[in-house]
Design a protein around this ligand. Structure first.
Ligand SMILES: [Zn+2]
Length: 101
């Protein structure tokens, strides 16, 4: 009977160690996630580049994202185009004249 009790205590003891280990591993993985390199949401937003942020717009010439606060703007009717530089703006206008002319 004493052996039986001892074996049960052994099982409980081992189970407790396994539980603690499992919890430590779980904690480790959960804790490692937010601080992972690359930042959160980077791959998630790649599907919709136009709506990454309200404060950024895509330069139609070179395709890079520019802050609408510092961009070079070109108003075309109801739409406002944002360019990273005067170079891109001029290139866009030249291309457009080429197409329409
Ligand atoms: Zn550009």
């Amino acid at each position: 009977m004493a052996d039986f009790l001892a074996s049960i205590l052994d099982i409980i003891f081992v189970a407790g160690i396994l539980l603690a280990l499992g919890r430590a591993v779980w904690k480790f993985f959960r804790g490692a996630r937010p601080s992972a390199p690359g930042g959160p949401g980077r791959s998630r937003k790649e599907g919709a580049p136009q709506e990454v942020r309200h404060a950024t717009a895509r330069d139609p010439v070179c395709g890079m994202f520019v802050s609408t606060e510092v961009s070079h703007r070109l108003v075309e009717g109801k739409t406002v185009l944002h360019f990273c530089s005067d170079e891109c703006l001029e290139r866009y206008q030249n291309e457009k004249h080429k197409v329409t002319a």
